[in-house]
Design a protein around this ligand. Structure first.
Ligand code: GLC
Length: 613
């Protein structure tokens, strides 16, 4: 058993040992892929030079390799990623351009002496979300509202197929953060405040990505993230500090990882955040003793984007601390000309091995883990791209799965006089709010670009809520729309649909202490009110918003979260083709004093709330 933290009292020690069996038994079921990949991995490892070994431990961003792709070969790189803003050169973001770029880097890797294929990694926050034309799913806060592991699995099955359509076999997902404070800009990446729900949906997502044992023709490598406690930082500060004892840390944040390990996850990304002031990237106890030792995680750990740079002001010290703490692969996004670039990392690590600061055994352990996953995933035989999968990106079949997820994610918070469902034969429906007619707004962050962007022709294809409603209503119905609420189109309407919410953001850029509806949105409410018709308020947001007067002034209120490209799923529920089944995965605050789920006593709506009609 690991050496308990010195501050642990006897009682705590007892409590620690009584942790849920799942958290301790994960090691009891070693994934099948480990056994079948161990010997080829060991055999290859035995042939490798130190340079080749260290190269496998390095992942570089495609942008940093622009102009010198041959560095993949020169440095024997094990992986390349495309970060949130990295697209094929020249701004051509089509699947064909992605295939060309990914295959180009792969060709460099296959020119090396041992021809070890690359693992190409990309963010799969809510679908294959960097690629124009890919199906964008509801963000995890919406998937949490479905409470449905079958939908979580189906989402990642589709995502995996669309990834394979561009030759990318490694998705950075699922995010299994348990987000406590809604100030956090990544609240929408979390399934909610329940560790058990994150465990259930996260494990299903791993199985959706990987299949049962990582080796299938449609399997891709999942990457549970971000270990550990990324959603528990003080004040919801992105990349901040989690302050609590080990019993609490384990109780709140470990169950999703126990479930992901149990589901056979092949990689885990380590969080930028700290625990009691120690950066996770340098936490030997949690990465090596708990996750790899006690829980038996057999895959490999990857750092977050330049995360090791945050450990100390001395980069070489950061390299030593993070490698020795148990990180196996390093996301080094910077290229020649920048500080802390991949050439520097490699040089520093070689010299640390030469001086014995980093042992050869630690290098071998890291590389063995990486090679085992590559063999398990079958990358040696899967370097080609199946054009049928490329053609299936954005298919009607894939969109139907996302549509199902959208409908199941909507939460009905209020419905006076059974205002909803609306009749398809409604005489005149007036719709107010830009978010009703904007794929970029309904998708949110991590969509085509890192931060996401408002607009229909700047993001990706899909069906806006307005278009979906126009398709749903009967031919005789009149649907009018005003992004600003101005004009008189709404006069005489039988109902007004008011669509309000947040503009796109990602990570720390979304950290926010005031979750009240922005002034320009409450102004829309006044316009809606002027029509005199019953108001249905639809909230497009990555987290609960403080509703203020909107609640009382609306006959019905629906949380739609960030539904993604399939606005059809919203219309399905608004007009009764699908029932409301979603329930809140996190408490809904009355005001800004109730944003921390760990302290809120009497929220406006509690976790689990959701009307069915
Ligand atoms: C980001 C995120 C992480 C993502 C990585 C690569 O900073 O923290 O979730 O996978 O960088 O884009």
């Amino acid at each position: 058993m690991y050496p308990l933290r010195p501050s642990c009292s006897g009682l705590r020690r007892l409590l620690l040992l009584s942790l849920p069996a799942a958290a301790l038994l994960a090691s009891a079921t070693t994934p099948a892929w480990v056994a079948r990949s161990a010997s080829p991995a060991d055999a290859l490892l035995a042939q490798m030079t130190l340079d080749e070994k260290i190269g496998q431990m390095v992942q570089v961003d495609s942008d940093a390799l622009r102009g010198h792709p041959a560095d993949v070969q020169t440095y024997f790189l094990g992986s390349v990623l495309s970060g949130g803003n990295a697209d094929p050169a020249g701004g051509d973001n089509s699947p064909a351009a992605w295939v060309k770029m990914v295959q180009g880097f792969q060709a460099q890797a296959l020119k090396t002496r041992l021809q070890i294929p690359l693992l190409y990694g990309i963010d799969t926050v809510h679908g294959h979300n960097n690629i124009i034309g890919a199906v964008i799913f509801p963000h995890n806060v919406g998937m949490g509202a479905t409470h449905n592991p079958a939908l979580s699995l189906a989402e990642q099955r589709v995502t995996a197929e669309e990834m394979l359509g561009t030759g990318t076999l490694w998705g950075f997902g699922p995010c299994i953060a348990v987000a406590e404070n809604e100030r956090w800009g990544r609240t929408y990446e979390s399934y909610g405040t329940s560790p058990e729900l994150a465990a259930t949906l996260g494990a299903a997502a791993v199985r959706g990505f990987q299949g049962d044992d990582l080796g299938g023709p449609l399997s891709v490598l999942a990457c549970a993230k971000h270990f550990l406690g990324d959603g528990g930082t003080t004040g919801g500060k992105d990349q901040g500090d989690v302050v609590c004892d080990e019993v609490t840390l384990r109780r709140l944040y470990l169950p999703p990882y126990a479930a992901a390990v149990q589901a056979g996850v092949g990689s885990i990304m380590v969080s930028y955040s700290s625990w009691n002031g120690v950066k996770m990237s340098a936490n030997h106890h949690l990465m090596t003793e708990v996750l790899k030792g006690e829980m038996g995680f057999q895959g490999f750990l990857i750092s977050d984007w330049a995360a090791i740079d945050q450990i100390s002001p001395d980069y070489k010290q950061d390299v030593a601390a993070s490698v020795n703490a148990g990180l196996d692969m390093f996301m080094i996004p910077k290229g020649p000309g920048s500080a802390n670039n991949y050439g520097e990392f490699i040089g520093d690590l070689k010299s640390l091995v030469a001086t014995g600061t980093v042992s050869q055994a630690r290098i071998d352990d890291a590389v063995r883990r990486i090679l085992r996953v590559k063999y398990a995933l079958g990358v040696f035989a899967r370097t080609a791209v199946d054009p049928r999968l490329t053609a299936a990106i954005g298919s009607a079949e894939h969109r139907a799965v996302a549509r199902e997820c959208v409908s199941a994610s909507l939460v009905l918070l209020k419905n006076d006089k059974n205002t909803l469902p609306l009749a398809k034969g409604i005489k005149h429906l007036h719709i107010i709010g830009a978010a009703a007619d904007d794929v970029g707004l309904q998708c949110g962050g991590w969509t085509i670009s890192w931060q996401g962007k408002a607009g229909n022709n700047v993001t990706t294809g899909g069906t806006t809520i307005l278009a979906a409603i126009r398709q749903a209503v009967s031919t005789g119905s009149q649907v009018t729309f005003s992004a600003t609420g101005a004009g008189t189109d709404g006069q005489g309407a039988d109902a007004v649909l008011l669509v309000v919410g947040e503009r796109p953001y990602a990570e720390g850029q979304g950290d926010k202490a005031d979750l009240g509806l922005p002034a320009n949105q409450t102004q829309l409410l006044a316009q809606a009110k002027a029509s005199g018709a019953p108001i249905v308020t639809l909230i497009i947001s990555g987290r609960p918003m403080v509703l203020g007067t909107a609640l009382d002034q609306s006959a019905a209120v629906v949380a739609a979260w960030l539904p993604g490209t399939e606005g059809t799923g919203v219309a399905d529920v608004l007009f009764g083709d699908k029932k409301f089944t979603g329930t809140l995965p996190r408490p809904w605050p009355r005001d800004n004093s109730q944003l921390d789920a760990l302290t809120v006593i009497d929220p406006l709506f509690p976790v689990g709330y959701g009307l069915t009609k």
